[in-house]
Ligand binder design. Structure first.
Ligand SMILES: [Fe+2]
Length: 350
C-alpha cells in the first residue's frame, strides 16, 4: 500500500486501510473500496486528507502504524468524557485516562522503529481530541528516546493528553476559527493554559508535574510564551517536550490561526524556532523520530521522476530507498525500478 493525498486519488486505486469516523469510530469507507475519487469531496469535508491505497505502484508495501486506529479512537473517547465534564464545570474522573496513558505507553514501547508516521496525524484544525492524542503519542516517543522510566512516562503522558483541557467550554466559533485571531480573541484563547491548570490543581489523580504541563506548555525559552513568560531554565522538561510537540502538531495539523503545513515545512519552521523557543537538543532528537519522507509517500526526484518511498536509511532522512513509477514527462512507467538514494549521490529529493 501507499499513502496518497485525497487530491491525487485515481480510479485504479483501492482503499487499503479503512477510514474511520473520528467522532464515532464507525467505518466510513471499508478496506477494498474502489472508485475513490468519487468520495474526495466528502473526505475533505471531514478533514481526511490522506488515504492508504493499494495500486500497482506499491501493492506489496506494508506500512506500520505508529499506534493502531482502535487505540487512537479509544483514547479520544476517554478524553472526550473529560472534556464533556469540564464543559459542564463538573469534576471529571481521571482514572480511565490514566489507563489510556498506560495503553499509549505500551504501544509506544512496542514501536521498535521509533519512527512517527506523520501521515496518520490527520487531525483537523480545532479538533482538540485528536490533537491531544497526537501530542501524547509524540511526547511519549520523545520520552522513550530520552530513556524515561515508566513513572516519568506516565506523568508526562497525563500532562500531554490533558494539556489543552482548558479550551473546554470556550466558544466553538473561537476554537474552529481558521483566520488569524483578533487581539481580544488571542487573549481569550491564551487563558486555556491557566483554566486547564486550575481544573486539575486540586485533583490528586493528576500529579503536580502533569499539572504543570497544562500551565506551561505555551512557555518559550526566550520568555515570549504565556502565561508567565518563563525563561528556558524555569520551564520543566515535561512542558518543553509538550510545547515542542504541540507546536509541530499545530503547524502540520492546521490548528487555529495557522495554515496547515507539509511536514517538511513544519520541521523547517521548528528548526528555525529551535534556538529561541525550544530546547535545541530536544528538537534534534524529535526530528530524528520523524522521517522527512515517510514510507509509502510520493517524492519527486531532481531528474523529474516520481517515486514512492519504500524504506528508510537510518541516519540519512533524505536518502531513502524508492521505487520509480512516473517518468519526467508525467507518464506512468511500470513500477519496479528500485533506487537506493544512499548509493546514487546524483539523485536528490526535490
Ligand atoms: Fe495549548
Amino acid at each position: 500500500m501507499r499513502i496518497v493525498a485525497v487530491e491525487e486519488l485515481t480510479v485504479d486505486m483501492e482503499l487499503a486501510r479503512e477510514v474511520l469516523d473520528p467522532d464515532t469510530g464507525r467505518i466510513l469507507l471499508g478496506a477494498g473500496t474502489r472508485g475513490l475519487p468519487h468520495y474526495a469531496d466528502r473526505l475533505r469535508s471531514m478533514d481526511v486528507h490522506y488515504l492508504y491505497v493499494a495500486d500497482d505502484v506499491a501493492r506489496d508495501l506494508a506500512i506500520p502504524a505508529t499506534i493502531a486506529e482502535e487505540t487512537r479512537i479509544c483514547a479520544e473517547q476517554a478524553l472526550d468524557r473529560i472534556f464533556e465534564k469540564c464543559e459542564l464545570d463538573q469534576q471529571p474522573d481521571y482514572q480511565p485516562i490514566k489507563q489510556t496513558v498506560r495503553v499509549l505507553i505500551r504501544k509506544v514501547l512496542d514501536n521498535r522503529e521509533m519512527l512517527v508516521n506523520v501521515c496518520e496525524m490527520q487531525c483537523c484544525g480545532g479538533d482538540f481530541l485528536s490533537h491531544s492524542v497526537n501530542v501524547a503519542v509524540l511526547s511519549l516517543l520523545l520520552a522513550k528516546r530520552l530513556g524515561y522510566d515508566a513513572d516519568k512516562m506516565q506523568k508526562l503522558g497525563m500532562g500531554a493528553l490533558l494539556h489543552d483541557i482548558g479550551v473546554a467550554g470556550m466558544p466553538h466559533s473561537l476554537l474552529k476559527k481558521r483566520q488569524e485571531f483578533t487581539a481580544e480573541e488571542k487573549l481569550l484563547y491564551e487563558q486555556h493554559a491557566v483554566i486547564g491548570y486550575y481544573r486539575v490543581k486540586e485533583n490528586w489523580e493528576v500529579s503536580p508535574l502533569s499539572r504543570s504541563v497544562l500551565l506551561c506548555h505555551h512557555e518559550r525559552s526566550d520568555g515570549s510564551g504565556y502565561p508567565r513568560r518563563l525563561l528556558k531554565g524555569d520551564i520543566h522538561e515535561f512542558s518543553r517536550i509538550v510545547g515542542l510537540v504541540d507546536c509541530l502538531e499545530e503547524l502540520a495539523g492546521g490548528h487555529p490561526f495557522s495554515r496547515r503545513l507539509s511536514i517538511q515545512e513544519a520541521l523547517e519552521t521548528m528548526n528555525g524556532k529551535a534556538r529561541d523557543w525550544f530546547d535545541l537538543e530536544l528538537v534534534k532528537l524529535f526530528i530524528d523520530c520523524i522521517p522527512a519522507c515517510p514510507t509509502g509517500t510520493t517524492v519527486r526526484l531532481n531528474d523529474g521522476r516520481k517515486a514512492v518511498v519504500l524504506a528508510q536509511n537510518k541516519g540519512f532522512p533524505l536518502r531513502p530507498v524508492v521505487r520509480i513509477f512516473e517518468d519526467a514527462t508525467g507518464k506512468r512507467v511500470a513500477p519496479g525500478q528500485e533506487v537506493d538514494l544512499l548509493q546514487l549521490n546524483h539523485l536528490v529529493i526535490m
